[in-house]
Design a protein around this ligand. Structure first.
Ligand code: ZN
Length: 183
């Protein structure tokens, strides 16, 4: 987000030259430079043997399931975000976090850097949070079909399939739109 006014004092920002960033909005009163940075968020593929945890949140995608995700809160590490969000949204505990890379998303003025993880189920029963419409295990074979609208989520699931050495072909049957999905 490009700042025009200081979020602390409300004053109009000046442009200050930073040798590696060029002109950066700057509040001379608070002596802070407001760099144009995205919001960090985690997206987590929770895996339990041949199952993967999917959610339904119609405000994101009307006809697709999605992976669990949430914003990093100031003061916590990204790994803490993963554990907190999984517990809050599903009631589950996870272990063996593995970083799978990042995805940059810019839609509806939301500039987000998504830090993607895979994690193994480590206990607990599914307890849906009120923020979530539906959360449950899907068979890994069905994940890509059930996530048809979610291109970012599907890229992460393809990485998960590689990580678990998935050798079948069934999981990829929707890639050529040859499957009638039922979400
Ligand atoms: Zn200020």
């Amino acid at each position: 987000m490009k700042f025009k006014y200081c979020p602390i004092c409300g004053g109009k920002l000046e442009e200050k030259y930073s040798w590696d960033e060029g002109g950066v909005p700057y509040c001379p009163k608070d002596d802070i430079m407001y760099f144009d940075t995205p919001r960090p968020c985690v997206i987590v593929a929770v895996v339990k043997k041949d199952q993967i945890l999917l959610l339904k949140q119609s405000y994101i995608f009307e006809n697709s399931k999605v992976l669990l995700s949430g914003y990093v809160t100031n003061g916590e590490t990204v790994e803490e975000t993963v554990h907190r969000e999984v517990l809050e949204e599903s009631g589950l505990k996870v272990r063996d976090l593995k970083y799978l890379g990042s995805e940059y998303v810019n839609s509806n003025k939301k500039e987000i850097i998504m830090l993607t993880f895979m994690a193994n189920y480590d206990g607990g029963d599914i307890k849906k949070s009120s923020e979530v419409e539906w959360v449950n295990w899907s068979h890994i074979d069905d994940a890509l079909c059930e996530m048809s609208e979610d291109e970012v989520g599907k890229r992460i699931v393809r990485k998960v399939l590689k990580e678990i050495n998935y050798s079948g072909e069934k999981a990829y049957r929707c890639d050529n739109n040859s499957c009638s999905r039922d979400v």
